[in-house]
Ligand binder design. Sequence first.
Ligand code: ADP
Ligand code: MG
Length: 722
Amino acid sequence: MASSDFSSSSVVENINSIFKSATQQKRNSLSESESKKVLKLLGLSVPDEVVVSSQQEATSAAERIGYPVVMKLVSHEGVHKSDLGGVIVGLRKPEDVAQAYATIVNNASRSAQQIQLEKVSIQSQCAGTEVIVGAKRDECFGPLVMFGMGGVLAELLRDVAIAICPLSQVDVQRTIRGIKGFRVLDGFRGSPKSDLASIDFCIRAVEFLVQNFDLVQEVEINPLIVQSDGKGAVAVDARVVLKEEKNSGASSPQAQESSSVLSGEAIRTLLEPSSVAVVGASKDPHKIGGILLSRILSHRFQGKVFVVNPSSDSISELKSFTSIGDIPEPVDVAFIALSPESAVRAMQECSDKGVKSALVYAGGFAESGQQGKELQHKLVANARRGKIRFFGPNLIGVVKPSTRLYGYFSTLAEDYDLEPGSIGFITQSGALGTALVSNALDSGIKISAWLSTGNEADLEWTDAVDYFVDDNDTKVIAAYVESIRNGSKLKEAAIRARKYGKPLIVFKSGSTSEGRVAARSHTSAMAVDDAVFNAFARQYGVIRAEELNDTFEIAKAVSMQPLPRGSRVAVISGSGAANVILADELAKRGLEVPILSSALQKEILDLLPLASPVNPVDLSANIMNFPDLLGKTVEKIVSSSEIDAAMVVIPGRSPRLGQIYAEGVLNSQRFGKTIIVVWLTSASNVIPPIKFLQDQGVPVYFGIETGARVLFALIQYNGQAR
Ligand code: ADP
Ligand code: MG
C-alpha cells in the first residue's frame, strides 16, 4: 500500500469508529486487538488472532491458526503482559496450548491489574528481528516518531532514534539508520538483511496516526517482527493511547499568553531606539535604576534619555519627570526598574503614553509563586493594551554595542565599551548569562548583541533568534536556555536561521529529565525531553553544545573559519601524547583521521625526518630547532586533497617560538580548509601569539577535548559526520 492510501475516507472512518467505541466506554487505551485492527486498516500485517475463553476453544483455535502459536492475556490497561507471566510463545501441540491457557489465567488472577480474566488471545507465531516503532504527541514539539531495537529489551537497550513530524523521506531513512542496531538489520556478519521497506512503511503508518487523528496521544508497536528482505514485517503487539478528555482542547494560561508568531522585528525597535526613559531612575548607584542610568550615560547612548522618578527634581543633571505620561516627547523604549506592583502600574502608563517597547527588570513575578504569577499576568495585559513588546520581568537586560544601548545592570563591561562583533548571544538566565558572555569575551569573541530574556512573559528567546537572523551585524547565534515554551516557534526560527546561513548553537540545561514520570509505554519512557531536543537539533540543523562553554567556543570557530566540506581530519601536533587523546576524541564522534597517502608522507619526512607522518602527524622535537617547519608541514597537508579540516596542536611556553608557529599556521589559511588550533598551555607569555592568531581568524582552544568537540560540531553542522 502506498502511503497516500492511508487517508482514504473509509480507512479514516473505520479508525474513528474504533476510537469512538473506546471513548464511549470511557477508555483511553485501546486493547491489543483493537490497536492491531487500526494498524491492519492502515495496511500493516498483524498475526492471525483469535480470542478464546476456555481451554477447549483455545485448542481448536490453535488448530485453525496453525502451529506454532503464541498465547497472551487480554487487557485494556497499558500493562506489559510479559511482566505478569501473560505471554507464552513456542506452543506446538494441543496439550501445550491447554496448559498455557491455564497458566495465563492463573497468572492473571494473581495480578492487581484490570485484566479480562478468562480471555486469552492466540496468535500465529512470527520469526524475525524485533524492533519498536512508536509515535507520540510531545508537549513542546508536537507529533514525533521513535524507532529502535525492540521487544521486551527495548528500554534496556535504549537504542532508539527520534524524529519530529512531519518526516521527509530523508528523515525516515536517517531514523532507520540512526540506531546502533541498524548494522544488525542491514545484515551483520552474514545474517540476512531485514526488510527495511516494511520498517519505512510502518514508520509512515504511525506518523499518519499521530499527525492526522487529534485524539491519538501515543502509538506503540513493540515488537514489530521484521523478516528478511522482501518478506515483510508483522506487528505482533500494539497499543494506541488516546488523549484524556481533560487534556484535549484548553491550553494552559501560560501558552495562551505566549504569541505564536515570531517577533524579531519588535526586538529591532527595542535595540535601535531614538529615545529611552529610565522609569525608576535613582541617584543611588547601587539600585538597579541607578546602575542602568549610569550605564546608559557612561556608554554615551546616542538617542534622547529621560528619567522618571516622582521623588527627585533631577538625577545626573537630567530633569526627573513625575510619571512617564509627563514626558513631553515620544519615548521608544522604557527601562522599568521598579518593584513588581509599581512595574505593573508603570506598564499601564507606558501603554497610555504610546511607548513602543520595554524592559522589565524586577523579580518577584511568575518565578515566585501564585501572587507573582497574577502580577505577571497583569503586566502582560497592561502591555498588550498599548501593543508594547517587552523582555522580562526578572531580567538582567540587553546590550547592543553598535547602537551603544547598554540596558543591563550586570557587571559586564562596566567601564569600557564593547567592540561590536558578529556573534549574537541569547541567555535566559541573568547571572549565568553574564558569566557566559564574560567568558566568551575573554576567549576573544566579539558580540553583535547580548539579549537576556528573563521570565519571557512576552518576548521569548526564539524571538531573539528571529531578530538575529535578520540582523546584518550577526553571523552566528549562540543561546543558553533552560526551557522552550513554544516548539513550533523554535522550529520556524531554526528553519530561518538555516535558510539565511546563520549557524544556531544552543546549550540547553536540564538534560536529565528521564524517568520524571512513570511512563505508560516504552515510547514515553525513552522519548523524554532531552532526547527529543537532540532529535530536533539534528533534524533542524541546530548545533547542540555538549558543554556550557562550548556555546561560545563553537560560535567562535564558526564565525572565523569556513565550514569543513567533509569529515576527514588531519591532526598535526608537536605532542605525540596529545595526538593520541585527540585521535580518540575524534574517533569517538565518528570522525575520520585518514592515513595520508605515501606520497604526502614522504613530503612530510623530507621536511622533518624524525616525524611520524601517518596521521595523526607527530612533528617530533625537530620543530623546536626549526620552528618554521611546523607551518611548512601544515601547509603541505592542508593544501592536499586528502583532508577537509586540520587540528594543529602547538606545544610550549616560548613566545618567540609561539609567534613563528602562529605565522606558519596562518600561511595555510588561503586553502579554504577549516583550521583549528589547540594550544597546550595558556601561560601568560603565549597570550600575544594566541591573540595574533585569533585576530587573523584562526580560533585557539586550550583544552584538547574542547578542540575536538568544536571541530565535531562544525562537521556535524554541515551534515557530514558519520
Ligand atoms: P508485552 O509487550 O505486553 O509484554 P508482547 O505481546 O509484546 O507483550 O509479547 C512479549 C514478547 O513475546 C515479544 O517481545 C515477542 O518476543 C514475543 N511475541 C509476542 N507475540 C508474538 C508473536 N505473535 N510471534 C512471535 N513472538 C511473539
Ligand atoms: Mg510488547
